[in-house]
Design a protein around this ligand. Structure first.
Ligand SMILES: Cc1ncc(C[n+]2csc(CCOP(=O)(O)OP(=O)(O)O)c2C)c(N)n1
Length: 577
């Protein structure tokens, strides 16, 4: 029996096990929305902006490990998703995005609400399709989910012309999927793994750099086994946080621009770097030709095009991180462990000394709220067990530095693209994925205003997400750069008119709370965490605070700036703004 394209689509989604779709309607997708009206199995979460929908689908994917799904209309609906698609693409997040399209016969005619979304998203999707024949639809959906979630994950877009969703065909679901031109390599080359193991056995100052690939492939156990067996310390990139326990004694925290002193020192002094599921982003490497100057580099990644893209590599291992680490651990088990312990003892003692010399710290105050203090309190009160999303800027870096992530999929942040406005809708998606968890968006007062309309989505869906705004009345991170590198010429970074966030929350039917003194921080957090409703917390923080350490862009990563180097008279001047 023939059924419509819209029916084929919903049947296909159910076959893929989809339960939640994040979306926004429009004329050309009405055939689909009409079916969703009384569908009992598919829940469409209506956001208030398509960017909200795509980030929510992304947050859902990151928190659950499943494919996130979004559905939007043509033209402006589709273009509104581009930032979210690029965000997911940079961070390798599996999404399938359905966009409506004008009827096939009108494509190319500048029809009302027509945009060439396949052309626009080509550089920021893993793959994309324009469905021309309703008979292809089921097959394309099956393929899209396979491509999005396998190999190096990423977003896939399917553009659906209106006549395709209205047209009819038989529903034929392909039970297996074999795409001839697409065969990710999962198993690592044995010879390369042997060579990597030999380097590990020999190294005296080794460091593991763990990236988002560890989280994506679910390799945290294998990574911990590797680190514990060999005694090699681990630094986690922004995307890798949670891939190795942040509170582990072998943890070095984050490397790079706002990384820890000891992670950056360890990398620069190391004689071996084992890079696992990371891609040597410039925020990690700083000046590439001064990066890890004494180290041999082993690079394990599923994406062969990431290897040797930014950094010279001695031993490339292409494969799934979980599988390669399993293989590597097996080879290493035959090595003599006592010998390692003796060799690394000296190295680990050096690292301990660096940790003592310059721990992550800030100047505490009992008069004004320090943003780092808020993050620390959040960590303390949630016992490290919350799902944390962030916006972008200082808030993101303080969250990365002062919340210790022990488990994967607890930390959701826009790493590659650095998308302001990501955190709040992502928190909504995450809360849908893990309803039993406490989900908190650590936000800046600038970023939260980019998708604050999603408060309505949280309220309508009874999602008890929490937003902790570190309100410094500035686009803080940009202001920090202006202060350090542009002679304090604060060009267009002051947010003179900021809404009363408590009232905004209340206007949407959420709860609004404010803390202006350090003593109010804990009570506000406790009240928020015990409320089963969306809560916005406005923490009025010290606007002069900066993120340290800081490696200036393009400098070697051991050229770190510290707060002590700030002149005291300058500090005073700022305090009387
Ligand atoms: C969509 C977008 N526009 C601009 C930027 C550039 N940018 C990076 S951080 C930042 C300031 C963020 O300010 P706020 O959200 O208040 O956070 P804070 O740094 O003060 O914690 C800006 C404008 C960006 N990352 N994303």
């Amino acid at each position: 029996m023939k059924i419509t394209g819209a029916e084929i689509l919903l049947k296909s989604l159910k076959k893929e096990g989809v339960k939640h779709i994040f979306g926004y309607p429009g004329g050309v997708v009405l055939n689909i929305f009409d079916l969703l009206y009384d569908d009992k199995d598919l829940n469409l979460i209506l956001t208030r902006h398509e960017q909200g929908a795509i980030h929510a689908a992304d947050g859902y994917a990151r928190a659950s490990g499943k494919v996130g799904v979004a559905l939007v209309t043509s033209g402006p609906g589709a273009t509104n998703t581009v930032t979210g698609i690029a965000t997911a693409s940079m961070d390798s997040i599996p999404l399938v995005v359905f966009s409506g399209q004008v009827p096939t016969m009108l494509i190319g005619n500048d029809a009302f609400q027509e945009a060439d979304i396949v052309g626009i998203t080509r550089p920021c999707t893993k793959y994309n399709y324009l469905v021309k024949d309703v008979g292809d639809l089921a097959h394309i959906v099956r393929e899209a989910f396979h491509i999005a979630s396998s190999g190096r994950p990423g977003p896939v877009l399917i553009d659906l012309p209106k006549d395709v969703t209205a047209g009819k065909a038989e529903f034929v679901w392909p039970e297996s999927m074999d795409i001839r031109s697409y065969k990710p390599r999962y198993e690592g080359n044995k010879w390369m793994i042997q060579k990597a193991a030999a380097l590990i056995a020999k190294a005296t100052r080794p460091v593991i750099v763990a990236g988002g690939g560890v989280v994506l492939s679910g390799a945290h156990k294998e990574l911990r086994e590797l680190a514990q067996m060999t005694g090699i310390p681990v630094t986690m990139t922004l995307m890798g946080l949670g891939g190795f326990p942040g509170s582990h004694k072998l943890s070095l925290g984050m490397p790079g621009m706002h990384g820890t002193y000891y992670a950056n020192k360890a990398i620069q002094e190391s004689d071996l770097l084992v890079a696992v599921g990371m891609r040597f982003d410039d925020r990690v490497t700083g000046k590439t030709d001064s990066f890890a100057p004494h180290a041999k580099i082993v690079h394990i990644d599923i994406d062969p095009t990431s290897i040797r893209k930014n950094i010279r590599v001695d031993i490339p291992v292409v494969g799934d991180v979980k599988r390669v680490l399993t293989q590597l651990n097996k080879v290493l088990k035959d090595e003599k462990k006592e010998q390692w312990a003796a060799v690394k003892k000296k190295w680990l003692a050096q690292i301990e000394a660096w940790k003592k010399e310059r721990p992550l710290s800030y100047e505490a105050s009992d008069k004004v709220i320090k943003p780092q203090f808020v993050v620390q309190k959040i960590y303390e009160l949630t016992r490290g067990d919350a799902v944390i999303t962030t916006e972008v800027g200082q808030n993101q870096m303080w969250a990365a530095q002062f919340y210790k992530f022990d488990k994967p999929r607890q930390w959701l942040t826009s790493g590659g693209l650095g998308t302001m406005g990501y955190g709040f809708p992502a928190a909504i998606g995450a809360q849908m994925a893990v309803p039993e968890k406490l989900v908190i968006d650590i936000a800046g007062d600038g970023s939260i205003q980019m998708n604050i309309q999603e408060l309505a989505t949280a309220v309508v869906n009874n999602l008890p997400v929490k937003v902790a705004i570190l309100n410094n009345r500035y686009l803080g991170m940009v202001r920090q750069w202006q202060e350090l590198f542009f002679q304090e010429r604060y060009s267009h970074t002051s947010l003179d008119v900021t809404p009363d966030f408590v009232k905004v929350a209340e206007a949407y039917g959420a709860v609004g709370l404010r803390a202006e003194k350090p003593s109010e921080v804990e009570p506000v957090l406790k009240e928020a965490f015990s409320t089963r409703k969306p809560v916005v917390m406005d923490f009025v923080v010290d606007w002069t605070e900066k993120v340290y350490p800081m490696v200036p862009a393009g400098a070697p990563i051991d050229h770190m700036l510290f707060p002590e180097e700030e002149k005291p008279e300058k500090k005073k001047l700022r305090a009387v703004k």
